[in-house]
Design a protein around this ligand. Structure first.
Ligand code: SF4
Length: 69
């Protein structure tokens, strides 16, 4: 799989759980997370599942399907 995450800035609470889990994928500026890179699929999914606001959407780029939430 090639998973692509995105963050809804309107929903993000900005406390950084995603950044803690996958710092190569996410960053936070002005209390809002954004995607800055790629990483292992497992880490991307772990970060998305750990998001308390359900702000992270993950797409399987090959299948063209949403895999989270
Ligand atoms: S885990 Fe979710 S709510 Fe927290 S900073 Fe990341 S995207 Fe925002």
């Amino acid at each position: 799989m090639a998973l692509l995450p995105s963050v809804d800035p309107e929903v993000c609470a900005g406390r950084g759980e995603c950044l803690f889990i996958a710092p190569q994928v996410f960053t936070i500026e002005v209390d809002v997370a954004s995607v800055i890179g790629s990483g292992p699929d497992e880490l991307i999914l772990e970060a998305a599942r750990a998001c308390p606001s359900q702000a992270i959407t993950v797409i399987d780029a090959q299948a063209g399907a949403q895999v989270h939430p």
